[in-house]
Design a protein around this ligand. Structure first.
Ligand SMILES: [Zn+2]
Length: 239
């Protein structure tokens, strides 16, 4: 199975995954020191260095479970989106939330999801598979997905109110919480894997790194509240 590879272009370092010819995923890194606020907001402009000439689609990301279908560049009012258009990159910006990349083996669409605890609570990953099936006729078992770096269960300490919120609306999710002497921890990655796998989607190669542990590589809002964001992109090309 193809794995994520580090790639440098124009001074920017990304991780890159090409599950097969025609589907490409990127995930940005920070460039060096912890004080380097660098390219976190305008990185979409840098995609030209990766051969992508059209500006990427961005999402307004309000921790909703809204899924949008997109046909062109610009901002969509959603926390997940998908497109059948070739050469149109979809982007997500995260600094602890789980970025999820999705595609299918027939290379007929790509999608991207932003799943923080609220999106996970409202099962945005499942809303995504449902909408793709309804609008594209692609059943969930034909989908592949990969998770990008996010805060891991090692670092995602949460209050009891979050456990209570899950107990109320998704009681089975209690299994994704664990308690140790430092407190209560939530495994957002496992919760989203569960939703997608239960729907039938097949996991490809995820980039299993914790944004909070990996301070040299990624921004983490929990570790350092601020504007720094990691960017993920997915695109299907017609090459
Ligand atoms: Zn960690």
């Amino acid at each position: 199975m193809a794995d994520w590879q580090p790639v440098s272009r124009n001074g920017l370092r990304f991780y890159h995954l090409e599950p097969f010819l025609g589907i490409e995923l990127w995930f940005s890194t920070r460039r060096g020191s912890d004080n380097d606020s660098d390219h976190n907001m305008g990185i979409g402009d840098q995609l030209v260095h990766f051969g992508i000439r059209t500006p990427p689609v961005s999402m307004n990301q309000t921790h909703s479970n809204t899924v949008g279908r997109v046909e062109r560049s610009g901002e969509v009012q959603a926390d997940a989106c998908f497109t059948a258009q070739a050469n149109l990159a979809l982007s997500v910006r995260v600094a602890d939330c789980v970025p999820i990349f999705l595609w299918d083996g027939d290379n007929s669409f790509v999608g991207i999801v932003h799943a923080g605890w609220r999106g996970t609570l409202t099962k945005i990953a499942l809303r995504f598979t449902e909408k793709v099936e309804k609008e594209m006729g692609i059943e969930a078992h034909r989908l592949n997905y990969a998770l990008g770096p996010s805060i891991g269960k090692c670092c995602y300490k949460v209050g009891k109110e979050i456990l209570d919120a899950f107990k109320q609306t998704w009681p089975e999710a209690e299994r994704f919480f664990s308690r140790n002497r430092d407190g209560l921890f939530l495994d957002l990655r496992a919760a989203n894997r569960f939703l997608l796998s239960a729907a039938g989607a097949v996991e490809g190669k995820s980039l299993d790194l914790c944004t909070s542990c990996e301070r040299k590589r990624f921004y983490s809002y929990r570790r350092e509240p601020g504007d720094g964001r990691n960017w993920g992109f997915i695109i299907r090309t017609d090459k």
